[in-house]
Design a protein around this ligand. Structure first.
Ligand SMILES: Cc1cc2nc3c(=O)[nH]c(=O)nc-3n(C[C@H](O)[C@H](O)[C@H](O)COP(=O)(O)O)c2cc1C
Length: 303
């Protein structure tokens, strides 16, 4: 998740949870090669065989609209050690959609087909090529057409966020059942995503979508052990356990580039944590006003 789920968060969450796979924040592809520096910045795990410290695979995700450049950069991601490559057709951000990347491509299944086909030709056949979509741009009428285009172009996995672009992130718009006919029609694994916030929601999503495999989004940041909750029906971490996790996160950040990213990232994370923890909600106001890492760390320590 762009802007919040970086390699430190992946390290933390993959140590708390039995994740089968993490996907990077999207790597934006325009009409040129992505430099190795950018790949390594967004996916430092490439330097350890494409895995987090505890061995969870981390797949590079690309976002763009040019089939040839996406293919070129997909091949490079694999050369650098990414376990497969993912292509993002779900991002609703205006800046991204204006330059014809992300969800806006859902209006053009033919272009989606050409993109996936070009990437397939560039990515070795023993490597997974996965795609991420929403149900559509503003309706569900073309979900099957889009999904079939992706499968017939050679993708091995498809993750579906069960909302349209027009639905944004509204909870009441979630439509897991709209995934079911696609999951049934396709022969590649389909992974259901959207609004999985606890064990019961995971069960309901599996039932409605017909998918065994689930992908977590915002909930993974609200409840840091959500994958364990959803997979093994364990209790969500207590706030005091979360405080331990926060201490570990701060330590990871302090050993990294804290001044540049830490204040924004921790504020973003608290924006999610406060959905599940009243204690995080109480801290969110004062935290938001602070600009410097030291001040933020002092506030967390005092709490
Ligand atoms: C801040 C933010 C950043 C995101 N960045 C990405 C991204 O880089 N790649 C991607 O495939 N999805 C991204 N997503 C979408 C999520 O992966 C997920 O599909 C969506 O939030 C629905 O799942 P949820 O209801 O469990 O959050 C992002 C979502 C949010 C809120």
């Amino acid at each position: 998740m762009e802007g919040v789920l970086d390699h430190r968060m992946r390290q933390l969450l993959s140590e708390l949870n039995p994740y089968d796979l993490c996907v990077t924040e999207f790597v934006r592809v325009v009409s040129q090669p992505v430099s190795d520096k950018v790949f390594y910045r967004l996916a430092p795990e490439l330097k350890r065989g494409g895995k987090t410290r505890n061995g969870t695979p981390v797949r590079v995700q690309l976002l763009g609209q040019d089939p040839d450049w996406l293919a070129h950069n997909a091949a490079r991601a694999i050369e650098l050690g990414s376990p497969g490559v993912d292509i993002n057709f779900g991002c609703p951000a205006k800046t991204v959609n204006r330059s014809k990347g992300g969800a806006v491509l859902l209006k053009e299944p033919e272009l989606i087909y050409r993109i996936v086909q070009a990437m397939r030709q560039a990515v070795p056949s023993d490597q997974v090529l996965s795609a991420k979509i929403r149900l559509g741009w503003d309706c569900h009428s073309r979900t099957m057409e889009i999904a079939q285009a992706i499968e017939s172009a050679g993708a091995n996995e498809l993750a579906i966020h069960a909302r349209t672009k027009a639905d944004g992130y509204r909870a009441e718009a979630i439509k897991w059942a709209a995934i079911a006919p696609v999951a049934q029609a396709l022969s590649i694994p389909v992974i259901a995503n959207g609004e999985i916030t606890d064990f019961a929601a995971g069960q309901r999503c599996q039932q409605a979508s017909g998918c065994t495999d689930l992908m977590l989004g915002r909930g993974a940041l609200s409840v840091p052990n959500l994958a364990a909750v959803v997979k093994n029906d364990v209790a969500p971490l207590s706030w005091s356990a979360i405080q331990g996790v926060l201490t570990e996160y701060v330590a990871l950040e302090v050993s990294g580039d804290k001044e540049r990213y830490f204040p924004n990232r921790i504020k973003q994370w608290f924006g999610f944590l406060r959905q599940a923890y009243p204690e995080a909600d109480a801290l969110f106001g004062p935290l938001r006003r602070l600009k410097r890492s030291e001040e933020i760390i002092a506030l967390l320590e005092a709490a």
